[in-house]
Design a binder for this molecule. Structure first.
Ligand SMILES: Nc1ncnc2c1ncn2[C@@H]1O[C@H](COP(=O)(O)OP(=O)(O)O)[C@@H](O)[C@H]1O
Ligand SMILES: [Mg+2]
Ligand SMILES: [Zn+2]
Length: 378
């Protein structure tokens, strides 16, 4: 093989274009397609309808909740060749270029690498030139990485960038964005989605992908995604590709410990069966479970057993699938609330101390022995 052969793409990649991941395939392309974030998208939609635009916006919130997608959709609304519209056509060159992130008029700047005052000054000096689009849109991603001087250099421009220029600052760490900047922007907070929103969204995607997944399995996946659309779609991709069919398959795939194992460990603690604790843990470690993840799962199970004691059952406060929640409720009902709360405190304290443990597996064993002693106290 010559050195030039080495860098040639394989014939397979030339003939068969790569299939996009669900995350890319289902990136919302208009403001109306963004799931959740209702007040944010409503405000942006109305500002387009009324042509009442702000010169600077600030999108903050957890990663993977739709900030970049919304920024691009907004840019598309402003620049679609059919006119400023809430429903950009998606087929004109401008729409397509923005969707692909290659438009000449939309500047997506990664502030993690372009964070200095020189970058900011350079940007400011070019804002006044006419762009290729109706509105020049600057999307400053990871804006919290800008240095103080860089933020200062932007201040005046954010306030009066000139007509037909819009800034969208995007950040996962609002606290690091100076108040002087925040007060010059219209700010929006992107939140994790509700389970039912994500469930409906995933069901829609499963339908278009022609894949069926039982409601139980879908629930497990949704609770594992923690309300973050990007993470949930990545998990869904994995589940579809694996062709996992049973609950145990899914649990293994997502690295979740089945509740039967958690219950037998916790039961052993309640009845001070120390050898069972050692044996169960050994099996779980052998199956590849990480000690810290295991500790978190036990802690979460106890947490849900406390939360589930309310009558009638309130599923909105659970942090697991409904089947596990029922199991946690049944397990918790055999103990007093004081015992459960003390157990929860002990487990959460151990999570904090975990990083300084030299031998994580033994640390978890010792934690469960301490828990046994706690349950033995009258
Ligand atoms: N609110 C949402 N509605 C629909 N899909 C979303 C949403 N948030 C995130 N996603 C999915 O996650 C991917 C990444 O979203 P992105 O907008 O880049 O998130 P962020 O910029 O907040 O990290 C999108 O391509 C989409 O598939
Ligand atoms: Mg982003
Ligand atoms: Zn268009």
């Amino acid at each position: 093989m010559t050195s030039s052969d080495k860098y040639r793409p394989s014939p397979l990649t030339e003939e068969e274009p790569k299939k996009p991941s669900l995350v890319n395939k289902y990136r919302p392309s208009t403001l109306t397609e963004v799931i959740g974030q209702r007040l944010t998208t409503n405000t942006l939609i109305n500002s387009i309808k009324k042509q009442q635009l702000h010169s600077a916006y600030l999108f903050s919130g957890a990663r993977g909740t739709g900030k970049t997608s919304t920024a691009r959709a907004f840019a598309k609304s402003l620049n679609c060749e059919t006119g400023v519209t809430v429903t950009p056509c998606g087929v004109c060159k401008t729409c397509k270029d923005i969707q692909a992130g290659v438009s000449f008029g939309i500047y997506e700047i990664d502030c993690a690498t372009n964070n200095g005052v020189d970058h900011a000054r350079d940007l400011v000096s070019k804002v006044c030139y006419r762009g290729y689009c109706r509105y020049k849109v600057y999307i400053l991603d990871e804006a919290h990485n800008l240095t103080k001087q860089a933020f200062d250099a932007l201040l005046k421009t954010l306030e009066e960038p000139g007509q037909k220029v819009v800034f969208i600052l995007v950040t996962t760490e609002l606290i690091k964005v100076p108040k002087t900047i925040q007060s010059r922007c219209q700010t929006f907070n992107f939140t994790p989605l509700k389970d039912y929103e994500l469930k409906a969204y995933c069901q829609q995607i499963l339908e278009s992908e022609n894949v069926s997944l039982s409601p139980d399995l879908l629930n497990i996946m949704i609770s594992s995604g923690d309300g973050i659309p990007r993470d949930t779609l990545t998990l869904l991709d994995k589940v579809i590709l694996s062709e996992a069919k049973t609950e145990n398959d899914i649990l293994e795939l997502l690295g979740i410990v089945p509740s039967v194992n958690l219950i037998s460990l916790l039961d052993a603690c309640v009845s001070q069966k120390y050898t069972v604790i050692y044996k169960e843990l050994k099996e779980l470690f052998k199956a590849g479970n990480d000690p810290l993840k295991l500790l978190e799962e036990i802690s979460n199970f106890v947490r849900n057993s406390i939360a589930s004691q309310a009558t009638p059952v309130d599923y909105s406060i659970m942090t697991c699938d409904s089947k596990t929640y029922q199991a946690a409720r049944a397990w918790g009902s055999k103990l007093t609330m004081t015992q459960l709360v003390k157990a929860q405190i002990l487990l959460r304290d151990s999570e904090i101390d975990f990083n300084s443990a030299k031998f994580p597996k033994q640390f978890l064993e010792a934690t469960l022995l301490k828990l046994s002693i706690l349950f033995a106290e009258k």
